[in-house]
Design a binder for this molecule. Sequence first.
Ligand SMILES: [Zn+2]
Length: 216
Amino acid sequence: MTCHYSSRNWANIAKLADNTKAAATKLLKWAEQEKIDVLIYETLRSKAQQEENVRKGASQTMKSYHLVGQALDFVPAKGTAVNWNGYDEPSMKRFVAQAKLLGFQWGGDWKSFIDKPHLEYPHRGYGSDTFSGTVAHSTATVASVKNSAPAGNSLSVVDYMKSIGLDNSMTNRKKMGGESRDFQLCWNCCAKSSTPCLFKSGTEQNGSCKSGQSEV
Ligand SMILES: [Zn+2]
């Protein structure tokens, strides 16, 4: 039984730079063998997206490893449900340990801006990884790679929060990133569209929110 998000995960990994993609491929193969479910919801990010993230306070740098295809964001999953509060679960600790073994650095280890969904691959430094053997010297190159990538239904937290009209300030982002246990995303009964609803923890039934209900 493969992870519900397997095809989306592989489509997102395909967008990464070469060496990062190789490491992420090993990581996801390992996770699938170990039956550890995750959703890799974002990998390569455009300059415009990153500018928006910085403006909203969801990111603090224009030197994001996402811009150069050397980072991925993941969230623990169980079937169709994702759990933004699940990063401390034993299976996720194993997943992160395996990622580090493969050369990734984890945003959950950072001191000033804890970013639990984030894994980045330093390779030989920022922007050092290649796309089909060519170093992406400009963001234009990155953008063209992104445009030619298969259309995945990648959904970032920020995009998601925007889609439900929620202010994606750090306060709200922390709620979703596991700093608070107040909210969960429901990908189960509300996932007919690409915008699942956000609901208050404790109001779920069988791991999903009460049908179609959004409490925000
Ligand atoms: Zn990230």
